[in-house]
Write a protein that binds this ligand. Structure first.
Ligand code: NAI
Length: 377
């Protein structure tokens, strides 16, 4: 089968997420890296793209130049990844969808709920895929957790508890470092700091595993380092459409926690636990029974999990290969296969609506808010 052609915007040399996309897109031989506008500095972007093997005439100086260069080519790209800073996602995603390209957008998909709803509508009208990179949902054992919930193995879910709390911005003497400071500055980051950056991964994961959507929430948002305008810590209580009770803690000042993303799902007949720092294991406890460790690669896992595991049992399959699983699903979806579980623009706008609801709740002493975007109420 011919490889699909892939282009990337952002993710330039030294960026945080760029390497995971390049490894992920190319891990399974499904995509060829055909075009790029990788850097906000045109020359640096052109030069780096060529060093990575992109042809000179498709190593572009900016996303508009890439759109103009690609849209009329017979061999135009089949998919574009947007891995630029958050405030640019909306404009770029909209322009590429309108020009008929499939898009994988980094989270958060947009800055406002209105923009998010517009992306949902534009994607629908274009008939193209707009996926959002909630890549943790593509770890094999997260897919196993979802499949176990769906098949009733832990019964009706009563409670979901999730954390995405690290300590990497906990040093007050480093708070003015420009790489850290912008995340808590509304002019750069929007209405929310830590919740929009990390908390939305945890919220998406809760919806993903429980196969349900967040309906209402109440939030306590705190800036524990006084110079920060936006929150560096948040505690969110939520309820899902199906009645499941949700708790979410996200923090960037939890010194000693490293990646710090984990989730526990408690059903009527069992409980599950998964943590991003031990991604190959899913901990399962049936009610009244012994706790078991389910390993990626062992027999008897759900089909969806086997499909997305590459190496044998006990060999670690880490973050870039979770991103690669998003690209596997995308390749199938681009070729017309339906791929349940691929995070999409609806997930993207649900997240940003939850962020805005949390900010409103935080300002109103935790008053409960509708967490859904108006289009899904
Ligand atoms: P970064 O600041 O490390 O890198 C951003 C890159 O985009 C740089 O190479 C920069 O030159 C380039 N860039 C900026 N504006 C551009 C433009 N207009 N055109 C082309 N290139 C441009 O940022 P980082 O941490 O890699 O984050 C990028 C995005 O990825 C953010 O939206 C972030 O939220 C998301 N992210 C997602 C993660 C995940 O787990 N899904 C993890 C880390 C980041």
């Amino acid at each position: 089968m011919a490889k699909l052609r892939w282009g990337m915007i952002g993710g330039g040399e030294g960026s945080q997420i760029g390497p995971a996309h390049r490894l992920g897109a190319q891990a399974d031989g499904l995509f060829e890296f055909a075009a790029g506008a990788l850097d906000h500095r045109p020359e640096a972007g052109r030069e780096y793209a060529q060093r990575l093997g992109v042809a000179a005439d498709r190593a572009y100086g900016g996303w508009q130049e890439m759109l103009a260069g690609e849209k009329d080519r017979a061999d135009r790209i089949d998919l574009v990844t947007i891995a630029t800073p958050n405030s640019t996602h909306f404009e770029i995603a909209k322009a590429y969808l309108e020009a008929g390209f499939n898009v994988l957008c980094e989270k958060p998909m947009t800055m406002t709920v209105e923009e998010g709803e517009e992306i949902v509508r534009v994607a629908e009208a274009s008939g193209k895929i707009c996926a959002v990179n909630y890549c943790y949902s593509a770890y094999p054992m997260v897919r196993q957790a979802r499949a176990m919930v769906r098949s009733g193995e832990i019964g009706q879910v009563r409670l979901v508890v999730t954390n995405f709390s690290h300590g990497h911005h906990g040093d007050a003497t480093d708070a003015d470092n420009p790489r850290v400071r912008w995340r808590y500055d509304p002019a750069m980051a929007g209405v929310s700091g830590q919740f929009a950056d990390c908390g939305i991964h945890a919220l998406h994961m809760a919806s993903f595993i429980c196969d349900d959507e967040v309906k209402t929430l109440s939030a306590d948002m705190a800036s524990t380092i006084a110079s920060r305008e936006l929150e560096d810590d948040a505690m969110i209580n939520f309820r899902m459409e199906g009645g499941t009770v949700g708790r979410l803690w996200t923090s960037s000042v939890a010194i000693g926690r490293q990646h710090g993303f984990d989730i526990q799902v408690f059903g009527e007949t069992g409980g599950l636990r998964w943590a991003s720092e031990q991604p190959n294991q899913l901990i399962y406890t049936p009610v009244g029974g012994r706790t078991q460790i389910i390993e990626k690669g062992e027999g008897g896992l759900h089909d969806e999990v086997q499909r997305l595991s590459r190496v044998a049992i006990a060999h670690p399959e880490g973050f870039p290969l979770a991103v690669a699983n998003i690209y596997c699903d995308l390749a199938d979806a681009i070729r017309g296969e339906s791929r349940d579980g691929l995070p999409n623009a609806a997930d993207g706008v649900r997240s940003i609506a939850a962020v805005h609801a949390a900010v409103a709740s935080g300002k109103a002493d935790g008053a409960w808010q509708d967490a859904r975007p108006p289009m899904f109420r």
